[in-house]
Design a protein around this ligand. Sequence first.
Ligand code: TXA
Ligand code: MG
Length: 329
Amino acid sequence: MKTQIKKINKDSLSQAKKIILNGGVVGMPTETVYGLGASAFSSNAVKTVFEVKGRPNDNPLICHVHKNYDITNLVYVEHNYVYDLIKKFTPGPLTLVFKSKNLVCKEAVCGGDTLAIRIPSHKGCQKFLKYVDLPIVAPSANLSKHTSPVKAEQVYNDLNTKIELILQGGKCKGGIESTVLDVTGEVPRILRPGLITKEMIEKVVGVCEIAEHRESDKVRSPGVKYSHYKPSCETSLFNMDDIDLAIELYDLKEEQGYRPYILCSDVVAKQVGKRRTLNLGKTGKQIASNLYDKLLEGEKKADVIIAVAFDREDGVYYGIMNRLKKSCG
Ligand code: TXA
Ligand code: MG
């Protein structure tokens, strides 16, 4: 099967709808990362999603809906604070985990009794969701464990010949996956940090917990237990205080005939002299937006990516560090 990348227009949307209604899968843009979409009601389509990605079958999928969709068709909204969160943060990079009404196929939720729902803000994605008018489950459109794609071409690199169509939506502005928030309890709990931060949620609800994942705990968001987001080349990760050590490793690798790159913020890039860098930018927003793009650029041209962390872990940096540790740690 030849994989095509197509601009979002009437033709490509009608092709996408046909594929979805026939139980197939479609690459689709969102404001965070590209997704691999399938009908939430089709067991076969969802099985195909897991197969195409090579995804472990105990890791449930997020269900994407358009902004006028009535989510109470699919889930029970048990707490009033949820409406405040929906009002403030959707459409946008926030995924809410509810008690499910068990209408989507069991493969999508891996047999669980909760369902994660997301209303993406990407305009092209909204068009697609409205056009198909079905809840669409979509994991990130990468091979399992690999770095998530933020450009249609990066989806192509992972999934060429495995899917028919990728909708072209440009570079994803957010750059890391949505915040996954459990809203089944009295207090919302972050299962996966992202662009909607603990601080932002606290401003709306007053309180917000972060789920800790200890080996002994029942894993609440199964995805967080797997190794993830890995570029295909060698990587290592240094604290910002250890720039000297990062530079030492760079020089050693270069002496040994390898081609190292330093992945870092703009501040650090200015401290490493003429050494090659993958510059993530200045602000948290820029760094999140560029992280996967630079990792994927890096794996193409570097033998080793030497990542340098940041001097803070609050706000959006919490989510960024979560991804950086998994991809390069
Ligand atoms: O930004 C995003 O969320 C992207 C775009 C495509 O929307 N999607 C994405 O999907 O990151 P995926 O499959 O790569 O990650 C979904 C995460 C996993 O960590 C999974 O365990 C968690 O959400 N999840 C899904 N359903 C859940 C549920 N019912 N309960 C707890 N965690 C759930
Ligand atoms: Mg993923």
